[in-house]
Ligand binder design. Structure first.
Ligand SMILES: CC(=O)/C=C/C=C(C)/C=C/C1=C(C)CCCC1(C)C
Ligand SMILES: CC(/C=C/C=O)=C\C=C\C=O
Ligand SMILES: [Fe+2]
Length: 564
């Protein structure tokens, strides 16, 4: 696919049989309300007339699955599997969507955590579901669709787990009967391709869903959300895993390939229009029996920062049938923690420093600090840091997330961890909180920035923070790293997903744009939320006809992106 064009607001083929599907959907869901006029909540004025009947489709679940679909009693909709594999329809908007916001917001995440009455263990095990918000001239068409990975298709066909997921391992018979006796349960063939973590728009217009396994790179159509097929890497770099968060711009795709045999990382680059990753350089680990987990990494204008976290991949845990509290990983404080700085053009290591122990999933951004003469003296790298406490990984077990009573506070503390990496040859780097963590309620993860400041000195980060008591991040926070303050959005009982910043075309201020998030509500419903990124106040919301499960990472595909 060379380009993305919005052929029509809702594709005709998706609306076939719409009327009957819509009434059965309405009867089943019961809670969808329609108005033909929108009133601005703040000013009590009619702001827009809307179509009277949202075009919608539902594809009911097979009888067998419907009969056994159980969401654990009283659990929040954020942790409840989606009931339909696919839906699309226009949403009624309260407030006003800026007319400049034309494009599709996509958000990937685990949407199905069970096969019949077998319930998965961990948030990261769920089968990938893509949600879209398609904005056009102030109107909004939304939808979701399961991604048809081999792992999902095999599970749906055989009604059992067939591949190794983040914490789930199939019974040997299940996998072998599915792929044949030649593949071992311990080979790469048994790994999942369930691409439930992120989604990126490549510079050439292709849209790819990603997870930590390389085989879980799957292309989708951003309008219909249809699974197009595997994104095959045409190089022979091999390996089974990669960072789930490549750095993607219009001109490149950068990622890290951990080497589990000779502990280290390959830093690779892929150009738009190509499927071939080329090696920029290699980092050898300085400690431990295996490389540190690299869920993400940051870049500056000239450097790629390779983190070596003491939470390391673990060969024995990879092969275990029953998960350990750290799943496929092991904590090695004795191995220490390091940050390596690689020159983007030469692949040479500029410096490699020991830093205090840390635990992070997500780097926020990095930049080069210059002295008065313009010489680079240090690299600053920011991340969502969990106070070197690995328990966060096990706290994301579904049973734990679902068991929350609403009263006692069980979210481990997190902060904006700011690394300072000196470039004068000193062997140590610093790690400190970039602002008082109480500003964002000592919860901090799922971040975004204005992509225009990627790798540059920046002021604002958007993330999920906490209003205590809670067992999971429950606010949206705008962090001002210059003033060291945060502005927080909160709604009682709601669980918002990653706040995603979209800049207003032509904007010059860093926070001129909107922040998009999807909210799962405590009454089982859900809506898309738009905040003004500058004031952090609500400008629009649009209710879904069903509750939204929690999602992970999103991307923005502008209208006519890379149209020839
Ligand atoms: C959703 C998220 O943030 C992380 C997902 C991680 C996954 C699916 C990890 C999968 C893995 C295996 C199935 C075995 C090999 C190791 C590892 C990459 C952790
Ligand atoms: C949702 C999450 C952490 C929340 C804790 O505060 C981490 C998700 C990681 C995968 O993308
Ligand atoms: Fe992530």
């Amino acid at each position: 696919m060379a380009s993305i064009a919005f052929s029509s607001f809702v594709s005709q083929s998706d609306c076939t049989g719409m009327a009957s599907a819509w009434s059965s959907h309405k009867a089943k869901e019961g809670s969808f309300t329609r108005k033909n006029v929108i009133v601005c909540r703040r000013h009590d004025q009619v702001v827009r007339r809307v179509a009277t009947r949202p075009p919608a489709i539902t594809i009911p679940l097979p009888e067998k699955e419907r009969a056994t679909t159980k969401s654990p009693e009283r659990s929040h909709v954020a942790w409840t599997s989606i009931r339909h594999p696919r839906w699309e329809g226009e949403l009624t908007v309260e407030g006003e969507i800026p007319l400049w916001l034309n494009g599709i917001y996509l958000r990937n995440g685990p949407g199905l955590w069970h096969i019949d009455d077998y319930n998965f263990r961990h948030l990261f095990d769920g089968y990938a579901m893509m949600v879209k918000l398609q904005f056009e001239n102030g109107r909004l068409v939304a939808g979701h669709r399961q991604i048809e990975s081999e792992a999902y298709k095999a599970a749906m066909k055989n009604r059992r787990l067939c591949y190794r997921e983040f914490s789930e391992v199939p019974k040997p018979g299940n996998f072998l009967s599915y792929v044949g006796e030649l593949a071992s349960l311990f080979s790469g063939a048994s790994l999942t391709d369930n691409s439930n973590t992120g989604v990126v728009g490549l510079g050439d217009g292709r849209v790819v869903c990603l997870t930590e396994t390389q085989k879980g790179s799957i292309m989708i159509n951003p309008v219909t959300l249809e699974t197009i097929g595997k994104f095959e890497y045409s190089d022979s770099l091999g390996g089974l895993i990669h960072s789930a968060h490549p750095i993607v711009t219009d001109s490149e795709f950068l990622t890290l390939l951990p080497d589990l045999i000779n502990p280290g990382y390959l830093v690779v680059r892929m150009e738009p229009g190509s499927n071939e990753r080329k090696v920029i350089g290699r980092v050898n680990c300085r400690g431990g029996p295996a490389p540190g987990w690299v869920h993400s990494f940051p870049v500056t204008e000239n450097y790629i920062i390779v983190p070596e976290m003491p939470l390391r991949y673990c060969a024995q845990n990879l092969l275990r049938a029953e998960p350990t509290p750290l799943y496929k990983f092991q904590w090695h404080p004795e191995s220490k923690a390091y940050l390596h700085v690689m020159c983007k053009t030469s692949g040479k290591i500029v410096t490699s420093v020991e830093v205090p122990l840390f635990v992070t999933f997500h780097f926020i951004n990095a930049y080069e600090e210059r002295d008065e003469d313009g010489r680079v003296v240090a690299v600053i790298a920011d991340c969502c840091e969990h106070n070197a406490d690995t328990t966060i990984l096990d706290k994301l077990r579904l049973q734990n997330l679902r068991s929350y009573s609403g009263s006692h506070d069980v979210l481990p503390d997190a902060r904006v961890g700011r690394f300072t990496i000196p470039l004068d040859g000193s062997p140590y780097g610093k790690l400190e909180a970039a602002l008082d963590p109480d500003e964002h309620g000592r919860g901090m993860d799922m971040c975004s920035i204005n992509p225009a400041v990627l790798g540059k000195k920046y002021r604002y980060a958007y993330a999920c923070g906490a209003r205590r008591p809670c067992n999971f991040p429950n606010t949206l926070t705008k962090i001002d790293l210059e003033k060291k303050i945060a502005n927080n959005w909160h709604e009682e009982g709601a669980i918002p997903s990653e706040p995603y910043f979209v800049a207003r075309p032509g904007a010059t201020k860093e926070d001129d744009g909107v922040v998009i998030s999807m909210i799962s509500q405590k009454n089982g419903e859900g809506y898309a939320l738009l905040l003004d990124a500058s004031t952090f106040e609500e400008i629009a919301r649009a209710k879904f006809p069903y509750g939204l499960p929690y999602g992970l990472h999103g991307c923005w595909v502008p209208k006519n992106h890379n149209k020839p």
